[in-house]
Structures are given as structure tokens and as C-alpha cells.
Write a protein that binds this ligand. Structure first.
Ligand SMILES: [Zn+2]
Length: 316
């Protein structure tokens, strides 16, 4: 394994910004190896991806002889944000995942994303791991753009996630890592899982298995082990329901996250701690899989409480 600094810059405060990549490859030189890049920490408050990358690096360290491709790991793209518990790029207040493709002569955030895109460029596959934000918990899911789905969907199905959400081209943001890399010819998938500022160990293990399964299918690792790849729900065969808070208050969830639920099942209540009143009771508008659930309990009218994916056969 080799660690390389892909970007560094002197900061006005006297510190150095340094973004690093670790590379795993076969000990013996081989031609025409496939390359996969795993990226995380573009948002400094999302840490689930760091755990997945730790698990993967640890696995690769123990199984060096099985490596048959190039595996590049970028656990902390927004290193400054991670150090200061900030979602955006500190000092500039910029969302790095809205700053692609960037450029060498741009302001600092633009230089960072440019360096990352140039370094990942040429990979066969890239996986960008996000973990929602501090408000919402997400079950492991893949978000892909319809424009590139012909190439990315088969890979998404190998990743052992519960749900694949295919977005129409109109709702896709072009200044993201995934859009930029897909346009450069790297098949890029976005994973959303867990919640901001926390680790969900079982999700980490779930995605590790998916990544190992995909790498095995692609010949990037040679292993006899069977890695789990559960059958995901596909957004195209049903409908996503958004449940927003009808009033402000303290949201108390009733369900376990990720539950398969039936129509009219109780999702939770919005209560008033001051007088002990239940202000609203929230029921599922559809049966299906509850894939997003409010984690941060204070809600305002309109706050997102949950998202349900209703499979066409199971809506009732
Ligand atoms: Zn994110």
C-alpha cells in the first residue's frame, strides 16, 4: 500500500491542507489492471464512509495476495471540514460537491475538487460514499442518474444496498463529483447511508460486503469467498412518498428505521413537551420500505420526517 498526497496548500492560518490517497495494487507488476476509486468525506460532517474505507483497507491489508487490480482510497476529501466538524469547506463556506469540475486557477475549493477529479480520472469505477446529514437517517442506498444508468445500474446491484434510486436527468446536479466523473467515462455511483456525525457499524459492514462483491465480479480481487449481495428495491417499479411535518414540535418516531411497513402504520408523533399534548400522529400514506427517517427530533412545519418507497405490488 502506498500513500500519496494528491493536493496540498499552505493556509493563511499557518496550517497545511493535505488531501491523501492510499493505493493498493498487486505486489507483482501486471498489465491492464482494472481500477476502482472509493471516495468519502466530501461533506465534512459525514463520517460513515470513513468507517467503510477503514474496513476495506483493513481487509486489503490482510488479503494482499488476492489483489488483482488497483484500489484507490480517498477517505477524507474535505479534510479541513472533517477536522473542524463542518459540512462545507471551511473559510469559504462552499459545498465541495457543488464545486466540480473546478480548476487549477480557481479559488481553493475549486482547486481541491479539480485535483480529486484529475486523480480519479481513468478509473473504471468510482464509488462516492455520503452519509446524509445530522437530520435524516438513510438505509444503505444508491443514487444514480438515469443518463448513465445503462452502465452504472449493473454495478449498483452488486453493492449489497437496500434501495436504488434512479434520478431523472432534470433533477441531477452537474457540479457534483459523480456527474463530472461519469462524463469523463468513469462509472460512478453515489451511496447514501446512515446519518451525519455518527457511525452505523452494521451499515459499514453491509457496504464493505457489497464493495468486495463488486470487486470480485470485476476481477479486482480474486477470492473464493462468497460476499453478500442482497436484492435491492428499484425506484422505477414504484413510487417515492415524502412525509413532511404538518406542524412544529418534538418528533418521536414509533418505528425502527428501515422497516418494511404497511399503509396507515404509525410512523411517529409530534408532541409538545410543555403541556404534554400530542399535536399530530403521523401515519404511512403507503405500504413499502421506510428508507429515510428523521433523526434530529426538533421539527418545523414542512420538515422532512420520512420517505417511503412503495413498490407497485405492495402499496397496500
Ligand atoms: Zn454528502
Amino acid at each position: 500500500m502506498q500513500i500519496t498526497e494528491i493536493f496540498s496548500s499552505q493556509l493563511p492560518v499557518g496550517e497545511t491542507l493535505s488531501i491523501k490517497r492510499s493505493r493498493f495494487e498487486p505486489t507483482q507488476k501486471k498489465e491492464n489492471l482494472k481500477r476502482i476509486s472509493i471516495v468519502s468525506g466530501t461533506h465534512g460532517d459525514e463520517l460513515e464512509g470513513q468507517y467503510v474505507i477503514y474496513l476495506l483497507a483493513s481487509w486489503l491489508n490482510k488479503n494482499q495476495s488476492l489483489i488483482n487490480g488497483i484500489i484507490d482510497l480517498y477517505p477524507a476529501v474535505n479534510a479541513l471540514g472533517i477536522d473542524s466538524i463542518t459540512r462545507g469547506f471551511p473559510l469559504y463556506e462552499v459545498d465541495l460537491n457543488r464545486a466540480f469540475p473546478g480548476g487549477k486557477e480557481e479559488y481553493l475549493p475549486g482547486q481541491v475538487v479539480y485535483a480529486l477529479a484529475q486523480d480519479v480520472k481513468g478509473s473504471d469505477i468510482a464509488i462516492d460514499i455520503h452519509s446524509s446529514n445530522i437530520f435524516l437517517r438513510e438505509i444503505p442506498q444508491i443514487r444514480i442518474n438515469k443518463e448513465f444508468s445503462e452502465f452504472t445500474l449493473p454495478h449498483a446491484k452488486e453493492l449489497n444496498c437496500d434501495f436504488i434510486w434512479i434520478h431523472d436527468a432534470v433533477t441531477v446536479l452537474e457540479a457534483t463529483f459523480s456527474h463530472t466523473l461519469n462524463q469523463m467515462g468513469t462509472r460512478t455511483l453515489v451511496v447514501e447511508m446512515g446519518v451525519g456525525m455518527r457511525l452505523t457499524k452494521e451499515y459499514g459492514v453491509q457496504l464493505l460486503n457489497g464493495i468486495l462483491n463488486l470487486m470480485k465480479k470485476e476481477g479486482i480481487i480474486l477470492s473464493d469467498e462468497v460476499f453478500e449481495a442482497r436484492e435491492p428495491f428499484l425506484s422505477e417499479v414504484g413510487e417515492v412518498f415524502y412525509i413532511n411535518a404538518p406542524t412544529s414540535g418534538l418528533f418521536v418516531p414509533e418505528l425502527n428505521h428501515c422497516a418494511v411497513i404497511s399503509k396507515n402504520e404509525k410512523i411517529g408523533t409530534i408532541v409538545n413537551p410543555l403541556d404534554g399534548a400530542i399535536l399530530e400522529t403521523i401515519y404511512a400514506p403507503s405500504g413499502g420500505i421506510l428508507f429515510t427517517l428523521r433523526e434530529y427530533p426538533i421539527v418545523y412545519e414542512g420538515s422532512l420526517l420520512a420517505r417511503i418507497f412503495g413498490n407497485n405490488d405492495e402499496k397496500n
